[in-house]
Design a protein. Structure first.
Length: 568
């Protein structure tokens, strides 16, 4: 032990030469050096530091600089703390700290450390406190481990506490998705049913309409009969409108999409929309600074907006307002679009909002079903919203209905943005119906519809031959009979489909023009929400002048160029 003490030259310290040390000081030094625990002695008012090897390990790169130095010089970063320790112990008090948090510089860098510290006064030979004996144990690893464990426990507790809520949210989200799926499947099933009904209904209307027109031609000059024929014709027109609404909901109506600026459309409709409203209802429009084009059927969009404004008008009792607004939105960042489930992309949102009575939840959930209405009997068909839904869906868009009882209704229509330039040229004025002498092959499986079409074409001066299905029509073509125009129903029985029959008739050696007729296009000539390019179609029921114009346009169309036949 004497050798260990002798290794250090204490002559430069404030303790003075070793020979002058008191017995108490020498005994304290021996105690410090002999202890396996990290001990440090702070002697005198300045707190001159003497410590053992265990404390040297704790001091790190600060050893041996600390030896013989005042504690405030050796550990300047905690000088005030150590000064309090020295003063307190020299006054006869003891101090104890558990997991004391300090910042110390060791190995040249600042560290957060935690220590268990015990300070006791050391008496000199006269019995008065002359120094401090400090026991130092570092607890940094333990404290960090405890904190890490505590954080893990807190996270686990938080996870446990929110588990029930998260499970409830997940279940609710799944129920909502399943409900949307069921609603989608329900609407799809209703759409298929209504499409089929519309097809048969249009065939019936075509028979009635055609025969009425033929009766009118045969009985010209009979005013009494003319009035009756006119009344029945009006009923046929209402029935045709109803069938068209059913097809719109079923997403089977033939659309003629063009690229246009919806802002110009809304601005052009504003005055007409105002005329449909009473003086107590205010109409306001708002358009964005950016103007994006959309690709849709312009006429169908006008009808949809008119239907929505009329619905809003009927929902307002007394004074109120209707707001038509257009926004250009990025679905991924727009809150309303995200809530509505609109896929990411750029959309033009056309919104019709009102301050009306709003809908309770059970009404809102069925609002777009065909024939569902809350209006009094005779005041609505229940097809307005369903037609809007079908048209927008058929245009690759989305519909979102926001409504609450007593808080009004907002219907959002989302149309994908089109980057193509707008095509706002006015449509050419159609020619008056003209007669002709060409040969037309009429293909129709419904005998009554077929006979009516033959008689109407005969009235127009055409030579007509007929077939009840595609197989019979193909036999007519293969017999060598000259055919200038194939006039065929879209949906027919038999092994030869109408599209295949049209391909054969329009190719060599026949080179006939083709005109389709249908009240339900299905997917034979109809894809992506519009008719296939180059397809001519007349919808049932049609009037004599409509048939004359459609037949003449088809016969006068440019012939198929060589190499462009559908044999490919």
């Amino acid at each position: 032990m004497a050798q260990r003490i002798a290794r250090f030259d204490w002559s430069d310290t404030s303790l003075g030469p070793r020979e002058t040390w008191s017995a108490s000081l020498l005994a304290a030094v021996r105690l410090v050096l002999a202890s396996p625990s990290p001990l440090v002695m702070l002697w005198g008012r300045e707190g001159t530091m003497l410590y053992n090897d265990a404390y040297a390990v704790f001091a790190g790169g600060r050893h041996p600089f600390l030896l013989g130095k005042p504690v405030e010089v050796g550990w300047p970063e905690v000088a005030s703390f150590n000064r309090n320790v020295v003063d307190s112990c020299l006054a006869g008090r003891t101090l104890s700290y558990r997991d004391k948090d300090l910042v110390l510089y060791r190995e040249g860098r600042a560290e957060d450390v935690w220590l268990d510290l015990s300070y006791s006064p050391l008496a000199d030979d006269d019995g008065r406190p002359a120094g401090v004996l400090a026991i130092v144990f570092e607890t940094t690893a333990k404290v960090l481990a405890q904190r890490q464990r505590q954080r893990a426990e807190e996270e686990l507790l938080k996870l446990t506490q929110t588990l029930e809520q998260r499970v409830a949210e997940e279940v609710s989200a799944r129920v909502a998705i399943e409900e949307r799926l069921r609603q989608s499947q329900k609407l799809e099933a209703i759409g298929s049913l209504t499409g089929g009904v519309a097809h048969d209904f249009n065939n019936v209307l075509q028979v009635i309409s055609a025969n009425l027109q033929l009766i009118e031609i045969a009985t010209r000059g009979n005013d009494a009969l003319k009035r009756r024929v006119s009344a029945v014709s009006n009923a046929v027109a209402r029935g045709a409108k109803l069938a068209a609404q059913l097809l719109a909901f079923a997403r089977r109506q033939p659309l003629v999409p063009t690229v246009f600026d919806p802002v110009r459309l809304v601005e052009g409709m504003a005055e007409m929309l105002r005329r449909t409203l009473p003086e107590t209802t205010e109409l306001a429009t708002a358009v964005p600074a950016d103007r994006w084009n959309i690709c849709a059927d312009r006429n169908q969009l006008e009808i949809a907006l008119l239907n929505l404004v009329i619905n809003s008008r009927d929902a307002i009792h007394g004074r109120g307002s209707i707001h038509v607004k257009i926004d250009c939105v990025h679905a991924a960042s727009d809150e309303r679009a995200c809530v509505a489930g609109v896929p990411a992309g750029e959309y033009v949102r056309i919104s019709v909002s009102d301050t009306g009575t709003g809908m309770p939840e059970h009404v809102k959930s069925r609002a777009i079903e065909p024939f569902f209405t809350t209006k009094a009997e005779g005041q609505g068909t229940g097809l307005g919203l369903s037609m809007v839904f079908g048209f927008v869906s058929q245009s690759a868009g989305f519909v979102d209905l926001l409504s609450a009882e007593g808080r009004g209704t907002t219907v959002d229509l989302y149309f994908p943005r089109s980057l193509d330039p707008a095509s706002d040229a006015a449509a050419p004025i159609g020619r008056l119906p003209t007669r002709g002498g060409e040969t037309i092959l009429v293909v129709e499986d419904d005998a009554d519809v077929r006979i009516a079409a033959i008689e109407m074409l005969a009235q127009l001066g055409y030579k007509v031959i007929s077939a009840q299905d595609g197989d019979a029509a193909l036999a007519q073509l293969q017999s060598g009979q000259r055919v200038d125009l194939l006039f065929t129903d879209v949906v027919m029985p038999g092994t030869v489909r109408s599209s295949e029959l049209a391909r054969i008739a329009s190719g060599p050696p026949h080179n006939a023009r083709v005109l389709f007729a249908s009240g339900y296009t299905r997917d034979v000539i109809f894809h992506g929400g519009k008719l296939d390019e180059g397809v001519a179609l007349i919808g049932k029921p049609y009037r004599l002048e409509d048939l004359a114009r459609a037949v003449r346009d088809a016969l006068d169309a440019a012939p198929v160029k060589s190499g462009e036949s559908s044999d490919e």
